[in-house]
Design a protein around this ligand. Structure first.
Ligand code: ADP
Length: 586
């Protein structure tokens, strides 16, 4: 654990370094001190030896020598042995073992000394019972060696001093070691704290938190790294902010688009879709990877996806989803190397346009068809008149009547067409005001009454007393009633009854017109509101001469009032047409 952390590594290195240095320093220093002390001691002993040898050479036979030597020996802390020229001991400050007067000295360098050399020696030699530093100095009279002085100083005193020094070195090494440990630890902590701090910041950055910043504590390399990290973080944040703003924008655009957008990858998995696409294909947004084959049950679209994947070209196609028609544009999403990594499909709902186009075509066809028959009739009769084909005045009059009828029919048709166009384009000016539905019904029925009587049919009106006022355009609502009553009287057989009723619920007044005709075949009920729609084409043309626009006008007027129209067959009676109009607020 310690080895793996930087603190541990730095600390261990410092420790090993200090131990190593202290060890060698200790060994070297103690050796050095030892040598130094010994050489000092030797020097002192030699100096003293020379002095003693000079003293002896000056006065060799002094009786006080013995006591004086003992004094000197104590003073210089060395045993003094004096020999004659043969190496026989003449004087000795301490006599023990082999060191007796008259004995021959066993010093290893004795011969050299007696030849005139000064020697020093460390160790022991026969006649001594301890390790000593011994120095031998020849005694010379007139240049002749007459004897020798040996000074033996116990090593003990020196080694003691050396040991004290070594102990001192040892303790200071221990102290240094302790200090190094503490300082090393503090140093490594100081070194690693900013690094750990940077680590925390980097981890936070990885999690998307760019608020955390490294505290810069120094201006060294680590400080520099810290400020670079801070810079990196702020740059990253800027970039990520910019990216997410772009993403939001894209998402907003996608969400607010009226087109459905779907993106798939090359495996055919849906990666992106907008709410329109989700609703259109009922994509479950919670499922992560969905293959389009599972979701989009539309072979046309799926084939297009794979065609684009294969050929890497833009494709535009009309496809139908359910009862809607879409213009689908599929574009390959290319990466920089031209590799396709997916496809985006934009589906634009063109159902309305398609339907309108169809209606327009139908409308033109219908209008021309409707105009053609009265026009050819007119042409025929006018030609007949011009050619004088009418033989009698009576026949001429009949031709003229037919011409008038057809002209009127044409006029009605053109009027109806104009009304309808105005209604459908929303260019109709409506004057919506509070009006009495009761008065309106009474007025229209009174107006139509003669028509019913003429055809021997009955018109009955049943209205409640408290029918509220409604909001509407009087003229237009009158037209609605007229159209409905017109149809009713047309399709009711002689002796039949047409009933006009009214009632109200919630905020609506409901007005109905029921006839006693043959009704309308059930499967055609919903179509009667369409322009030019006629249930029995041949019959309605010849006998009743409708334009097929009356109910379309009714429906448009009521829808423009915010009401509803309905048609049903009344059992035992004929067709029942109802419409609603909003009740006027108090
Ligand atoms: P038209 O002017 O030809 O009557 P409408 O739009 O008013 O045109 O009516 C469309 C068709 O609906 C008519 O051709 C007719 O077949 C049918 N229809 C309308 N009203 C009735 C009714 N009261 N009873 C039976 N069929 C009707």
């Amino acid at each position: 654990m310690i080895k793996r952390s930087l603190v541990g590594k730095v600390w261990l290195t410092v420790l090993i370094l200090v131990i190593f240095v202290m060890f060698f320093m200790g060994v070297f220093l103690s050796q050095f001190f030892e040598d130094f002390y010994f050489s000092l001691k030797f020097e002192e002993l030699v100096k003293n030896g020379i002095k003693i040898s000079e003293l002896i050479a000056d006065a060799p036979e002094r009786p006080e020598w013995q006591e004086e030597m003992v004094m000197i020996a104590r003073f210089i802390d060395a045993r003094i042995v004096i020999t004659d020229r043969q190496g026989l001991i003449r004087q000795c400050t301490i006599q023990d073992r082999g060191m007796h007067l008259g004995n021959k000295i066993q010093h290893p360098d004795a011969e050299k000394i007696l030849k005139g050399e000064i020697t020093s020696h460390r160790g022991t030699y026969p006649g001594l019972d301890m390790t000593v530093l011994s120095v031998g100095v020849p005694i010379k009279t007139d240049g002749e060696v007459v004897g020798a002085v040996f000074l033996n100083s116990p090593v003990e005193s020196v080694t003691q001093t050396v040991r004290t020094v070594q102990k001192f070195i040892f303790y200071s090494a221990l102290g240094t070691l302790f200090l190094a440990t503490v300082l090393g630890f503090i140093l490594s902590k100081r070194l690693t704290r900013p690094i750990l701090n940077m680590n925390t910041v980097a981890m936070a950055m990885a999690k998307g938190d760019f608020e955390q910043k490294v505290k810069i504590e120094s201006d060294d390399e680590i400080g520099l790294l810290g400020s670079t990290l801070n810079f990196l973080s702020s740059e990253l944040q800027k970039n990520i902010d910019a990216l997410s703003a772009e993403k939001d924008q894209l998402e907003n655009i996608l969400t607010s688009m009226t087109e459905a957008v779907v993106t798939i990858d090359i495996e055919g998995n849906i990666v992106l879709f907008n709410p329109m696409a989700r609703d259109l294909f009922k994509i479950n947004p919670l499922i992560e990877q969905v293959n389009i084959r599972e979701y989009i049950n539309n072979p046309g679209l799926i084939d297009s996806f794979y065609t684009v994947l294969e050929k890497k070209v833009h494709l535009k196609k009309e496809i139908s989803v359910g009862d809607r028609i879409f213009s689908a544009e599929l574009t390959p999403l290319q990466q920089n190397k031209g590799e396709v990594r997916g496809i985006v499909a934009v589906l634009h709902d063109i159902t309305k346009e398609k339907r309108l186009e169809l209606l327009r075509r139908e409308f033109v066809a219908n209008v021309s068809h409707e105009l053609r028959s009265p026009l050819s009739l007119l042409q025929g009769y006018v030609e007949a008149l011009a050619d004088g084909l009418a033989e009698s005045e009576e026949e001429r009059q009949r031709y003229m009547d037919i011409l008038l009828d057809e002209t009127l029919r044409l006029r009605r048709l053109v009027n109806d067409l104009l009304d309808l166009t105005q209604l459908e384009t929303g260019n109709m000016n409506m004057r919506i005001e509070k009006i009495s539905a009761e008065e309106l019904i009474q007025r229209v029925t009174t107006l139509m009454e003669p028509l019913f009587e003429e055809q021997n049919k009955k018109l009955s009106v049943a209205l409640p007393d408290d029918l509220p006022l409604v909001m509407g355009d009087e003229d237009k609502l009158q037209q609605v009633l007229v159209n409905l009553l017109d149809n009713a009287v047309k399709y009711t057989p002689v002796g039949g009854v047409v009933e006009v009723g009214a009632g109200y619920y919630d905020d609506q007044v409901v007005i109905s017109v029921t006839d006693s005709g043959s009704g309308i075949p059930e499967d055609e009920l919903e179509h009667v509101w369409e322009r030019f729609y006629k249930v029995d084409k041949a019959r309605s043309r010849e006998t009743v001469g409708g334009t097929g626009l009356g109910l379309a006008i009714v429906k448009n007027i009521i829808l423009a009032h915010g009401g509803e129209v309905k048609v049903a067959n009344e059992p035992g009676k004929g067709a029942k047409f109802t419409f609603t109009v909003k009740i006027a607020e108090e």
